[in-house]
Design a protein around this ligand. Structure first.
Ligand SMILES: *[C@@H]1O[C@H](CO)[C@@H](O)[C@H](O)[C@H]1NC(C)=O
Ligand SMILES: *[C@@H]1O[C@H](CO)[C@@H](O)[C@H](O)[C@H]1NC(C)=O
Ligand SMILES: *[C@@H]1O[C@H](CO)[C@@H](O)[C@H](O)[C@H]1NC(C)=O
Ligand SMILES: *[C@@H]1O[C@H](CO)[C@@H](O)[C@H](O)[C@H]1NC(C)=O
Ligand SMILES: *[C@@H]1O[C@H](CO)[C@@H](O)[C@H](O)[C@H]1NC(C)=O
Ligand SMILES: *[C@@H]1O[C@H](CO)[C@@H](O)[C@H](O)[C@H]1NC(C)=O
Ligand SMILES: *[C@@H]1O[C@H](CO)[C@@H](O)[C@H](O)[C@H]1NC(C)=O
Ligand SMILES: *[C@@H]1O[C@H](CO)[C@@H](O)[C@H](O)[C@H]1NC(C)=O
Ligand SMILES: *[C@@H]1O[C@H](CO)[C@@H](O)[C@H](O)[C@H]1NC(C)=O
Ligand SMILES: *[C@@H]1O[C@H](CO)[C@@H](O)[C@H](O)[C@H]1NC(C)=O
Ligand SMILES: *[C@@H]1O[C@H](CO)[C@@H](O)[C@H](O)[C@H]1NC(C)=O
Length: 797
């Protein structure tokens, strides 16, 4: 089937626009990009990057605000403090990047000191209805009338500042563009800027560098910029420090300042007003050097006149190309369902970021990707989604992980702004590599991958806070990570003994999968280690909420080195208690409760069902978990729990649960994400769920539920074959969400799961839907594989 034909159908099969934003257009959407709203998740903790970027691009231009600014911009009503071009998307914690913001102003009078330089002085409100966000483009009008819009190439951004509607009654005003040597987190250690204005006539150039701290990692990084500003005649230029500026000197070196007195400083260029055209500011970026930043800009956005519209068109085309492998026949679902879907796909391709050629740490001909922020989030759904939608890119990312292992000696676990980030749980790159293996990604050296994973499994690094695993001596000797482990070998936060035991077990399971496939005799050893999770199961542990017994027995509990049980309240770290991160409230379970981690045994849910007392109690426990607020739907460990009923032969209950969360917790509003997007994790949960195929990564397994559209097709990039899922009796009101029967390529199909061959071979699934659960997919033989019961072959045929 031709993707382009289906695409055409997509264009025809939408309904009349209903939401406010869409009424304005009134015309059918003829462009898939019209379904992408980059502002979804731009407030209430989604932390998405809402600005202009290319797919996986390094340059990310947006307005930065002084409110929820982890990703730069937010629709939370806070003020704009600058426009910058490096960002991360959806991350939690400290704001990331946002280096070297520039800011346009009209200052009254001739005296440069009437301009507002420090961040709190210059912060400016914008017209709330002026935000224009589209793939590759972001625009906003400040309350004072200055319009700013921006677009990007791979390593450079182009900003356009239009002063023509600003400063009315101030005709002689002379517009100013200032640059601040800071980042969103005010993490600058020291920085430099120099100006070459006068000698370049009507073009002014500023260039420089700065040393900053990674927002969730160790040590520091240096970023470089090269800013060219064009249009109009330069009146003056100079540097500023705190709230004072002057035309001499033409360069500045600034340190951090003393304690809480963070020094503010940078450079400025002021034009002779009024201007006949908008000012264009081209910001080249690099992590290698200033000259490289200038070259990046000159190569990607050539001058002397910059083609803003051409650059927007190129960015749009790049995004359209990324979205074409998918097409849907909507079955008349409403616009918000479509907007959620396409916007989520868009968000999965913002980060990780392609920093190939911009790696300051080693020389290599291999690809270099950054913003694996963090793999703990990304391995579960986002990277598996890219394996489906963009396998060539995913293969490049895997090679980049392996090249990092080659040069740093360890696979990364979390990476941002070229630094090592903090490890949250296990060595999650192991899971990424093995998922890529079982899904047959190409151009990857699997022997090298095996070596890298064995290194994680066998050798403890000195600083396991940023790589590898801690407590390996205990892991090998006691077969669990002890509570308050004695570990003089290496150092990290000595917490999370339960969640690390669970994660290391799954890491070892994945290693066993690869070992077996490569014919290594270590296979059984790692398979045995992958059962270690059972050593922390305390069969008689009870759990109460507000003093009332939940009547479920058996939870994971911490265990000391001497074998004695410790204690952590099973509801601790759940939304009913307080959040447990690395830094706040470190506990034996990371960012989730023992309730939630009870279901984190991706390789042996069959055994979990047995331990908890059988299917009926297992399902009851799942219901209780989701119904009472113990489940944290805004964080990644919960995702798999939504699909657990498949293992108990009740795929209909998974479908029902998905429908209870989408769209009520994942929708198209600006506050439409239940937690940090974490690159594109919330996005990928939404997409896989709407597709009706959800992965258990590391295994060649997708759970089947009815998709949210009548028909969906996905063309595989490696084989050019198109896989299709069709719903018979599709119901856009979502009353018929239960699968009655399934045909795979025209033949009856009773398994409630399917392998990745579905995508690569371009198969067709036809689902017949009904209002009640049926016996489809319920039999033992129809359930996904569990390690301790019947094991399917884990790699694709
Ligand atoms: C934004 O800036 C304006 C003008 O300085 C100020 O009055 C307003 O309180 C600020 N808004 C916020 C949300 O800080
Ligand atoms: C800038 O700060 C970094 C990090 O603290 C330090 O390594 C470097 O030496 C400093 N550079 C200068 C020129 O002081
Ligand atoms: C930053 O720029 C200054 C001024 O050109 C230079 O002296 C310094 O070495 C640069 N720092 C780095 C880390 O490149
Ligand atoms: C979905 O596919 C089926 C089978 O090919 C077809 O009958 C139906 O019209 C399609 N639905 C839409 C909305 O195009
Ligand atoms: C990553 O960026 C480099 C440098 O811009 C480019 O050559 C390469 O094609 C990109 N990789 C992918 C997979 O797009
Ligand atoms: C657990 O059982 C006890 C005794 O039957 C009952 O009082 C209590 O309400 C039950 N707990 C819950 C959460 O239903
Ligand atoms: C085991 O160690 C814990 C923690 O040090 C201690 O409280 C407990 O009494 C010890 N158990 C035995 C049997 O020695
Ligand atoms: C959309 O999702 C957000 C975040 O989960 C939620 O707070 C909101 O209630 C949802 N809106 C609708 C209309 O369901
Ligand atoms: C897939 O299609 C592309 C573009 O038409 C072509 O270059 C490529 O060789 C095809 N690949 C396969 C495996 O057929
Ligand atoms: C769109 O359809 C979904 C699924 O039927 C429904 O939950 C949602 O409320 C609808 N949204 C609007 C804005 O009509
Ligand atoms: C396929 O399933 C249908 C019921 O869904 C049944 O009537 C039919 O006999 C089955 N065909 C085969 C060949 O098993």
């Amino acid at each position: 089937m031709m993707a382009s034909l289906l695409h055409l159908l997509l264009l025809i099969c939408h309904t009349t626009p209903t939401s406010g934003r869409q009424i304005a257009s009134q015309t059918p959407k003829s462009d898939v990009l019209d379904w992408v709203d980059p502002l979804i998740g731009s407030r209430s903790g989604g932390n998405v990057f809402a600005g202009a970027t290319l797919p996986y691009g390094m340059a990310k231009a947006v307005a930065d605000v002084d409110g929820e600014n982890t990703g730069g911009f937010s629709t939370d009503g806070s003020n704009i403090t600058g426009f910058s071009a490096l960002h991360d998307s959806g991350t939690g914690g400290n704001p990331s990047l946002g280096n070297f913001p520039i800011f346009p102003q009209i200052c009254s009078g001739d005296d440069i000191n009437t301009c507002k330089f420090p961040i709190s002085a210059r912060a400016a409100p914008y017209k709330s209805d002026s935000i224009k966000a589209r793939p590759g483009y972001f625009g906003v009008t400040l309350e004072n009338g200055i319009n700013a819009d921006m677009t990007v190439s791979e390593h450079a951004a182009l900003f356009r500042f239009d002063f023509s509607k600003a400063g009315t009654g101030n005709g002689g005003a002379d517009p100013l563009i200032m640059l601040d040597l800071t980042d969103l987190w005010a993490s600058r250690q020291n920085a430099s800027v120099s100006i070459e204005a006068e000698d370049r006539g009507t073009i002014g150039r500023m260039k420089g560098n700065g040393t900053f701290l990674p927002s969730f990692g160790a040590r520091s990084y240096v970023a470089y910029f090269c800013l060219d500003i064009t249009e109009g005649k330069i009146k003056e230029s100079g540097v500023w420090v705190n709230n004072r500026a002057g035309t001499q000197p033409k360069s500045l070196y600034i340190t951090r300042g003393f304690n809480l007195f963070y020094l503010q400083g940078g450079a400025y260029i002021r034009f002779q007003g009024p201007l006949s055209a908008p000012v264009l500011a081209r910001m080249g970026l690099s992590f290698i050097g200033t000259e490289r930043a200038c070259q990046n800009a000159e190569r990607e956005i050539p001058g002397p006149t910059f083609d803003f519209d051409g650059l927007v068109a190129t960015a749009e085309e790049a995004w359209r190309k990324k979205l074409t492998p998918i097409s849907v026949e909507t079955g008349s679902v409403n616009n918000s369902v479509q907007t959620s879907f396409w916007s989520a796909i868009y968000r999965t391709m913002i980060s990780p970021q392609n920093y190939t050629g911009e790696n300051p740490h080693w020389q290599s001909t291999e690809p270099y990707f950054d913003s694996f922020y963090c793999l703990w989030d990304q391995w579960r759904v986002q990277l598996p989604l890219l394996t489906v939608l963009d396998p060539t890119m995913m293969s490049n990312m895997v090679r980049s992980l392996l090249d990092t292992y080659k040069h740093r000696g360890w696979l990364p676990d979390c990476m941002m702004s070229t630094c090592k980030g903090w490890t949250q749980g296990g060595s999650d790159a192991d899971n990424v590599l093995v998922d890529a293996y079982v899904k047959n990604l190409i151009d990857i050296d699997w022997e090298h991958a095996y070596e890298a994973i064995v290194n994680d499994a066998e050798n403890e690094p000195l600083e396991w806070s940023v790589e590898g695993r801690g407590g390996l001596t205990s892991w090998k000797k006691l077969n669990y990570i002890p509570y308050l482990d004695f570990d003089p070998v290496g150092f990290g936060t000595n917490s999370r003994s339960i969640s690390r035991t669970l994660e290391y077990s799954y890491n070892d399971f994945n290693l066993a999968t690869l070992a077996k496939a490569l014919g290594r005799d270590t296979h059984m050893k790692y398979l045995t280690r992958s059962t270690n999770w059972q050593n922390l199961f305390k069969a008689d542990q009870k759990s109460s909420i507000n003093g009332i017994d939940t009547n479920f027995t058996g939870f994971f509990q911490p265990k000391y080195q001497n074998g004695t049980w410790g204690y952590q309240d099973p509801i601790a770290c759940s939304p009913l208690a307080s959040f447990c991160s690395l830094t706040s409230n470190p506990s034996e379970t990371f960012e989730s409760s023992a309730w939630e981690y009870m279901f984190f045994v991706p390789h042996d849910i069959g055994r979990v069902i047995e331990l908890l007392g059988g299917e009926e109690i297992f399902l009851k426990r799942l219901d209780f978990f989701h119904a009472t607020g113990l489940a944290d739907i805004g964080n990644e460990p919960v995702f798999l729990t939504v699909y657990m009923p498949h293992y108990a032969g009740r795929p209909g209950l998974s479908a029902k649960r998905v429908n209870s969360y989408i769209p009520s917790r994942f929708n198209s509003s600006h506050a439409g994400l239940p937690g940090n997007d974490d690159s594109g994790s919330m996005a990928s949960f939404t997409i896989f769920s709407m597709l009706g195929l959800f992965p258990n990564p590391g295994q060649n397994v997708y759970f089947i539920i009815p998709p949210f559209f009548e028909n969906i097709s996905i063309t595989n990039q490696l084989t050019n074959k198109t896989a299709t899922i069709r719903n018979v009796n599709f119901d856009k009101e979502h009353k018929r969400i239960y699968i009655q029967s399934v045909k795979l390529n025209g033949e009856n199909y009773s398994r409630n799961w399917i392998g990745h061959e579905f995508f690569t071979q371009g198969w067709t699934l036809e689902l017949v839907l009904g209002e009640e659960e049926s016996d489809w997919g319920t039999k033992l033989a129809d359930r996904p594989p569990s390690m301790s019961s019947i094991r399917g072959e884990m790699r694709m045929a």
